[in-house]
Write a protein that binds this ligand. Structure first.
Ligand code: FAD
Ligand code: MLT
Ligand code: ZN
Length: 548
C-alpha cells in the first residue's frame, strides 16, 4: 500500500482506474503522517469454525447461570424406546446420543454463554424425516430445539433443559438454480458460504453476508432473519426469500416453495417463519432471489475524529456513491483495541482514530466505480470529514479489511464475559447511546476503576441500517452489572423509538423484554399464533416470547 496526498487524488483517478487497483491516501502529502497501515496478510480469525465451543472453557448450564427457569412438566423425558424409534427414522449414524463429549458442541452456544442438557441430537437428511420426527415428538410431547450452524448469539439454538436437538446439517443439497432470474432453491442446512461459493461460479451471490458465513445455515439465517453486512444494498430476507418449505410442529409439511417474485394470493405465510427462531416450524427448504455478483468491488477504510463525521461520511456516501454503495460499517477505537488484544499479529493498524468506517462499493464498471469512489474520498479528505484512509488494492486486501470488521465478535468471545446487544435506533442517536451507557456504568460503580467488573464498552455496527452492536466486556457476569444494564438499555432504546433487537433476535437473552419493542396487543397476537401452530408448545420452549 502506498500513500498519496488528497491534492493528488484527482490526478490519480485515471491512473487508479487504469491500474484497476485502489490506493491509500492521506490528508496532506507534506504533512508528516502515517497512513492507516493494516499489516494484515491473512484473515486473522477463521470464520469457518464449525462450533466456537471451547471444551477448555468451563461453560455453566443456562439453568444454573440464570436461575428462574422451570422445566415444563408437560414435556416427557426421553426414554430408550424413543431413541429406538428415532433410529428407525434417521438410522444409527443420524443421531448423537448419551455421550457428553459428543453432545457438548450441540448443547453449547457460540459465545459459550448458554448450555443445555440434551441427551439426543437428531440429524435428519430429508424433509420427510423431519416430518416423522416432529409428528412423533408432538404426539409424545418431547420438546425440540431446531438447530442450524449454532452461531446464534441469543441462546436460541441450544436447549435450556433436556430438549431434543434437531440439527439440520445433514440437509445440505442445492435443489436448483434458475440462471435467468437468479432464483436459488436449496435445503435449509446448506452453509451460507458454500452457497455463495457455488453461486460465484455462475456469476451470482447470496444477498446476505455475515461473519458467521462459514458455519451458519441458510435455514438458520432465515429463522433469525439475519441482517448482516450488505442489508443496506440487498435488503432484508423478508424481501429476498420467495418461498419456504416448513415442517409444522405436528409434522405437517407446508410446501410454500414459490419461485415467484409476484404473488398476491392470500396471506403471505412464509413471512411468519422469517425471524420466528424455530418456535413455530422447522424450515427445511428455501427459495431465494440472488443478485448478480459485482464485477468491480472496492473497499475503503477511513479514520475519523467523531461520530458526527461518521454520519457526514454516511450521508455523503449515499449521495455520491448512491447505487454502487454496498456496505457502510463503523466501529470505535475500543473495538479496534479489542481486536488487537486478541489478534495475531498484534501490529494491526498503527495509526489510530476515535472512529473508523468501512465502505464497500459493488458495481459493473470498474472505471466508473473507481472514479466515483475517488471523488467521494477526495471530498471527505478535503472537507476534513475523514482524517486518513486506505483503499484495498486487491482481492486479498479486501478480504483483510473485511476480516478486521468481522473479527470483533470473535475477539469479544475471547473475553471472560460479554454482555452483547444489537439494537437499532435513528442513526444520530447511535453513539449517544454508547456514551450514555459508559457513564451509566461508571455512575453505577462497575466501570472505570482498576478493579471494576466491566473492562470495556465496545461499539461497532451497520450504520446504514441504524444498527448498533453494543458490547460490554467484563471480568465475569454479575448481578449488579446485569441489573444496571437491563432494563436501562431497553428503556433507552424504547424512548428513542428503537428496537431491542435489530438482527440477532430474542432467544432466551431478550424474550422477557419484548414489551419494550412491541405492544401488549401485538404480543398477545403472537402468543395466539404460537398456540395455533404449536398447541403443545414443543418447538423451542422457554424462548422468543415472554413467559408471562
Ligand atoms: P442457529 O444458531 O443454529 O439458530 C438460530 C435460531 O434459529 C435458533 O432459534 C434456532 O432454533 C433457529 N433455527 C436454526 N435453523 C432453523 C431451521 N432450519 N428452522 C427453524 N429454525 C431454525 N446475525 C446477523 O443478523 N447479522 C450479522 O452480521 C451476524 N454476524 C454474526 C457473526 C458471527 C461471528 C456470529 C457467531 C454470529 C453472527 N450473527 C449475525 C448471528 C446469527 O444470527 C447468525 O450467525 C445466523 O443467522 C444464525 O444461523 P445458524 O444457522 O447458525 O442458526
Ligand atoms: C456483526 O455485525 O458483527 C454481528 O452482528 C455479530 C456481532 O454483533 O458481534
Ligand atoms: Zn451485525
Amino acid at each position: 500500500m502506498h500513500s498519496i496526498g488528497s491534492t493528488a487524488i484527482r490526478r490519480m483517478a485515471t491512473r487508479a482506474t487504469r491500474m484497476s487497483t485502489a490506493f491509500t491516501f492521506t490528508k496532506n502529502v507534506t504533512q508528516q503522517h502515517l497512513p492507516l497501515r493494516l499489516g494484515l496478510t491473512q484473515p486473522l480469525f477463521n470464520s469457518a469454525r464449525l462450533y466456537a465451543t471451547d471444551k477448555e472453557k468451563v461453560v455453566a448450564y443456562t439453568v444454573d447461570k440464570f436461575p428462574g427457569y422451570v422445566r415444563n412438566e408437560n414435556f416427557k423425558e426421553l426414554t430408550e424406546n424413543d431413541v429406538t424409534y428415532f433410529k428407525s427414522i434417521v438410522g444409527e449414524n443420524g443421531l448423537v446420543y448419551g455421550n457428553e463429549d459428543d453432545l457438548f458442541a450441540f448443547n453449547t452456544d457460540w459465545m459459550n454463554k448458554f448450555r443445555g442438557k440434551s441427551q439426543l441430537v437428531l440429524k435428519p437428511k430429508t424433509t420427510q424425516q423431519v416430518s416423522d420426527i416432529l409428528k412423533y415428538c408432538n404426539e409424545q410431547k418431547l420438546a425440540v430445539v431446531p438447530q442450524g450452524g449454532n452461531t446464534g448469539l441469543v441462546g436460541g439454538s441450544v436447549p435450556v433443559f433436556d430438549e431434543v436437538v434437531l440439527n439440520l446439517q445433514g440437509m445440505n443439497k442445492i435443489r436448483g438454480f434458475d440462471s435467468v432470474s437468479g432464483i436459488l432453491t436449496a435445503d435449509a442446512g446448506c452453509v451460507l458460504e458454500v452457497l455463495d461459493n457455488w453461486l460465484a461460479e455462475k456469476g451470482y451471490m447470496m444477498p446476505l453476508d455475515l461473519g458467521a458465513k462459514g458455519s451458519c445455515h441458510i435455514g438458520g439465517n432465515i429463522a433469525t432473519n439475519a441482517g448482516g453486512l450488505r442489508l443496506l444494498r440487498y435488503g432484508s430476507l423478508h424481501g429476498t426469500v420467495l418461498g419456504l418449505e416448513v415442517v409444522l410442529p405436528d409434522g405437517t409439511i407446508l410446501d410454500n416453495m414459490s419461485t415467484l417474485r409476484k404473488d398476491n394470493t392470500g396471506y403471505d405465510l412464509k413471512q411468519l417463519f422469517i425471524g420466528s427462531e424455530g418456535t413455530i416450524g422447522v424450515i427445511t427448504g428455501v427459495s431465494i432471489l440472488t443478485p448478480h455478483r459485482s464485477k468491480a468491488v472496492n473497499v475503503a477504510l477511513l479514520g475519523l475524529e467523531s461520530f458526527e463525521d461518521v454520519q457526514k461520511a454516511f450521508k455523503q456516501s449515499r449521495i455520491e456513491l448512491s447505487e454502487i454503495l454496498s456496505a457502510f460499517e463503523f466501529w470505535d477505537i475500543n473495538a479496534l483495541h479489542m481486536f488487537k488484544k486478541h489478534a495475531t499479529p498484534k501490529e494491526v493498524m498503527q495509526s489510530e482514530y476515535p472512529f473508523y468506517v468501512l465502505i464497500e462499493t459493488s458495481g459493473s464498471n470498474k472505471d466508473h466505480d473507481d472514479e466515483k469512489l475517488t471523488t467521494y474520498l477526495e471530498n471527505m479528505m478535503e472537507e476534513g470529514v475523514a482524517q486518513d484512509g486506505v483503499v484495498a488494492q486487491d482481492e486479498s486486501q479486501i478480504k483483510n479489511l473485511w476480516s478486521l470488521r468481522e473479527g470483533f465478535t470473535e475477539a469479544l468471545g475471547k473475553e471472560p464475559a460479554v454482555y452483547k446487544y444489537d439494537i437499532s435506533m435513528p442513526v444520530p442517536k447511535i453513539y449517544e447511546c454508547v456514551e450514555d451507557m459508559r457513564q451509566h456504568l461508571k455512575d453505577g460503580g462497575v466501570f472505570g476503576q482498576e478493579d471494576s467488573p466491566v473492562t470495556d464498552v465496545v461499539a461497532y455496527g451497520h450504520v446504514g441500517d441504524g444498527n448498533l452492536h453494543l458490547n460490554i466486556a467484563a471480568k465475569r457476569l454479575d448481578k449488579k452489572t446485569s441489573s444496571l444494564i437491563e432494563p436501562y438499555l431497553f428503556e433507552w432504546v424504547s424512548k428513542h423509538q428503537g428496537s431491542i433487537s435489530a438482527e440477532h433476535g430474542l432467544g432466551v437473552a431478550k424474550n422477557e423484554f419484548l414489551g419494550y419493542s412491541k405492544s401488549p396487543v401485538m404480543i398477545q397476537l403472537m402468543k395466539s399464533m404460537k398456540n395455533i401452530l404449536d398447541p403443545n408448545g414443543i418447538l423451542n420452549p422457554y424462548k422468543y416470547l415472554p413467559s408471562s
